[in-house]
Design a protein around this ligand. Structure first.
Ligand code: HEM
Length: 124
């Protein structure tokens, strides 16, 4: 399954570049960086690449953890909250802008990631 959004973002290479630059920017943010102190960032980048490929319609199969499961411990033990989610979304928008992605595509990406807000911040 291929979608227009995935292709417009540059398909495999483009989404790879986005995932990479996203974490370069993410780690510059004092609010976000502490969450990744003991995380292998290359591995995380690969996981995010897999998720974004799926979310943008480049692949219909995502075999990683559900986002709720991946983040519930962070909410409970490290205080992951709305303020971090919002900072992450701003970081993604900034990354896409730096990659010269058109404003309407940035909006599409943000809308897609917004759907995950409750999964990431809800705990269960
Ligand atoms: C739309 C927003 C987000 C998306 C799409 C996303 C995506 C992901 C994905 C795909 C994983 C890997 C799951 C797996 O292990 O299979 C993950 C893990 C992780 N995420 Fe997020 N995430 C988001 C928001 C955040 C935020 C706001 C933070 C913290 C500021 C965060 C911190 C982490 C950390 C620390 C891990 C590693 C957990 C571990 O390995 O124990 N995420 N995320």
């Amino acid at each position: 399954m291929k979608s227009e959004l995935y292709d417009k973002l540059g398909a495999e290479q483009g989404v790879h570049r986005i995932a990479h630059h996203f974490y370069v920017n993410f780690l510059k943010d004092d609010l976000l960086r502490p969450f990744f102190e003991s995380i292998d960032i290359d591995q995380q980048e690969r996981k995010m690449h897999a998720f974004l490929t799926y979310a943008f319609g480049g692949n219909s199969l995502y075999t990683g953890k559900t986002l709720r499961r991946a983040h519930s411990g962070l909410v409970i033990n490290q205080g992951l909250s709305t303020v971090h989610f919002n900072a992450m979304m701003a970081c993604m928008a900034q990354t896409l802008k730096e990659q010269k992605i058109a404003a309407e595509l940035i909006q599409e990406v943000i809308t897609i990631l917004e759907y995950q807000r409750n999964n990431i911040l809800g705990v269960d």
